[in-house]
Design a protein around this ligand. Structure first.
Ligand code: CP
Length: 305
């Protein structure tokens, strides 16, 4: 791999290699503490972020490297009209690897066409978020000890949720995964995913509106936030924002070993009372994000430890 733009860029072998490396890093952190000495990561975030930007920065610092960058478009020359390509070419003069988040779909691809250093897509609009996918896969593998043979329910904003789109694409390569989509009709997964992932690969897709109807079947429940920033119309957002609120009552019928994931941030779609339930995995998921990003940085920079 030279860049990571789309979760579909990751083969099953790439995923296994990166998750194995992430596990080794988390078990033997000292071994990796100088692996990226003198290397620099630039984080170019044209959109807000807590987990992705800070876990990338923590990842590079824990590998002994340095970080530079910006956390909003306002503090970059994008406000003066500079293109993504020119920004990437400029930053490539100062850094060895770039992690970039941008509200426009395809922005990371454009950056990757413009530079020779690795570009990592840290989220491009409603399209893709491949490092969140690696985070989710590591969490599933740590919780279930496998990446096949399970039933996963995706719940909430499946139309705009790039983490959902990325994870569906990655999981479509594994055997015997039963996909259940739980959303209001307006927030169903996009048609291109139904065609390109489900129909093309003969994978069964189940779509329901009520979480309660499928809860007992689920091995994994992937909750998502209804994303205000992606709606064209505030009234639609207000109407749909509280479509799903996971609480302890709704978990009554769930399996005892259900794994509840959420890419975070959460607004109110998971009650805080669920946080202490043994099935809640979303904060360990956030920690896993640092380990997979450490693995990815090493892999893309070709650093052997
Ligand atoms: N999961 C995720 O992308 O979170 P942030 O928006 O805080 O980076």
């Amino acid at each position: 791999m030279k860049h990571l733009i789309d979760s579909i860029d990751l083969s099953v072998a790439d995923i296994e290699r990166l998750l194995d490396l992430a596990d080794d890093i988390s078990n033997h952190p000292v071994k990796y503490q100088d692996a990226c000495k003198y290397k620099k990561l630039a984080t170019l975030f044209f959109e807000p972020s807590t987990r992705t930007r800070l876990s990338f920065e923590a990842a590079m610092l824990e590998l002994g490297g340095s970080v530079l960058g910006f956390s909003s478009a306002d503090s970059s020359s994008a406000t003066k009209g500079e293109s993504i390509a020119d920004t990437a070419r400029t930053v490539a003069c100062y850094a060895d690897i770039i992690a970039m988040r941008h509200p426009k779909e395809g922005s990371a691809y454009v950056a990757a066409q413009s530079v020779d250093i690795p570009i990592v897509n840290a989220g491009d609009g409603g399209h893709n978020h491949p490092t969140q996918t690696l985070t989710d896969l590591l969490t599933i593998r740590r919780e279930k000890k496998r990446l096949d043979n399970f039933t996963i329910g995706f719940c909430g904003d499946l139309k705009f949720g790039r983490t959902v789109h990325s994870l569906i694409k990655a999981l479509s390569r594994y055997e015997n995964i039963n996909f259940i989509m739980i959303s209001p009709e307006e927030l169903q997964i996009p048609e291109y995913l139904k065609e390109d992932v489900f129909k093309k690969n003969n994978i069964t897709l189940t779509e329901v509106e009520r979480m309660e109807d499928v809860m007992p079947k689920l091995d994994i429940l992937y909750m998502t936030r209804v994303q205000r920033e992606r709606f064209f119309n505030e009234a639609d957002y207000v109407r749909l924002k509280d479509s799903y609120i996971l609480d302890l009552d709704k978990l009554e019928t769930a399996k005892k070993d259900l794994a509840i994931l959420h890419p975070l941030p959460r607004v109110n779609e998971i009650s805080v009372k669920v946080d202490n339930d043994s099935r809640a995995c979303y904060f360990s998921q956030a920690m896993n994000g640092k380990h997979v990003r450490m693995a990815l940085i090493l892999d893309l920079l070709g650093v052997q430890v």
